[in-house]
Write a protein that binds this ligand. Structure first.
Ligand code: NAP
Length: 285
């Protein structure tokens, strides 16, 4: 039976580290770390995420600046705001909550955020830096996954790592981070043939598909570390991962639950990135 990786506990530890460093920055350098969160429209899930980010900022002693804009906001208006925030010294990190309304080009907005304040690490400059292994910010969810794997004491070096999903925000950067830790990495997607066989070779399996209970115990190697990034809302309102937990936990050595696994880590890593941004902007790191 697998040991359950307690993402909530690990995230609390990360936030405590961040809070301690933020307090030190304030005391020794008079710096108050600031994160600006921009939300456009009334997407209920986005609202929940934004509120959670605001609460996390308060918990670690950051200043948070929230900009809740009307659904009808134009791309030019949003670009103007991003440019103002780029120049605002109180703002160390800028996060524009995705998805944006259809009439706004997300790429144009992401590209307008200063790479030094891009705490989501979505800007092409930061994506490129991750590719060459010379980065300041790691994308929050994959970075959270790495921290969870680390918490199990697993040495990634030489391990067969399989990532299911190749999105720009999870799958691709996840694969790069595992590669940088010397894993032998395979990326799978919807066109992958023999997915079950590929998964059965995985010592470390990271699943980021967006399909409830897709990966079942018979796809998991005995003793594998299984990280479930999926967040799927079932008809009964319950949150569920991409991995069928009950059958998977019989095979895995470690497994993340949903909720309480990867989810809490994403915000914790966002706080960490914002702290890093503040230190860099102050010439400390
Ligand atoms: P996405 O952009 O929709 O990408 C899904 C990926 O899964 C695609 O690469 C797709 O392949 C692949 N896929 C779909 N069906 C598949 C199949 N049958 N077999 C193999 N691969 C398949 O999703 P995402 O943004 O990466 O998110 C993935 C999941 O993680 C979602 O449930 C999301 O809610 C969750 N998530 C959680 C957090 C968190 O904080 N916990 C953060 C971000 C995302 P193709 O490229 O071939 O289409």
């Amino acid at each position: 039976m697998a040991q359950i990786i307690d993402g909530k506990a690990v995230s609390v530890a990360v936030k405590a580290e961040v809070a301690e460093e933020a307090a030190k920055l304030k005391e020794e350098k008079g710096l108050k770390v600031g994160l600006a969160v921009v939300i456009v429209g009334n997407n209920p899930a986005s609202r929940v995420y934004v509120n959670n980010k605001k609460k996390a900022c308060e918990a670690v002693g950051f200043q948070s600046f929230e900009y809740a804009l009307e659904e009808s906001t134009t791309q030019e208006q949003l670009l103007d705001l991003v440019n103002v925030l780029n120049r605002d010294d109180r703002v160390n990190g800028i996060l524009v909550q995705l998805p944006l309304p259809k009439h706004i080009d997300e790429k144009a907005i992401i590209n307008a955020i200063s790479p030094d304040k891009d705490v989501d690490a979505f800007h092409p400059v930061n994506v490129g830096r991750i590719m060459i292994g010379d980065y300041a910010f790691l994308p929050c969810t994959p970075a959270g996954v790495m921290r969870l794997i680390e918490s199990t004491g697993t040495d990634i070096t030489g391990k067969q790592c399989v990532v299911i999903g190749r999105s720009n925000i999870v799958g691709k950067p996840q694969a790069m981070l595992l590669l940088q830790k010397n894993g032998t990495v395979t990326i799978c997607h919807s066109k992958t043939k023999n997915l079950r066989e590929v998964c059965l070779g995985a010592d470390i399996l990271v699943v980021a598909i967006g399909k409830a209970n897709f990966v079942t115990g018979d796809m998991i190697k005995e003793g594998a570390v299984v990280i479930d990034v999926g967040m799927n809302r079932l008809d009964n309102g319950k949150l569920c991962g991409d991995v069928e937990f009950e059958s998977a936990e019989k095979k895995a050595s470690f497994i993340t639950p949903v909720p309480g696994g990867v989810g809490p880590m994403t915000i914790a890593m966002l706080m960490k990135n914002t702290l890093t941004a503040a230190k860099q902007q102050a010439g400390i790191e």
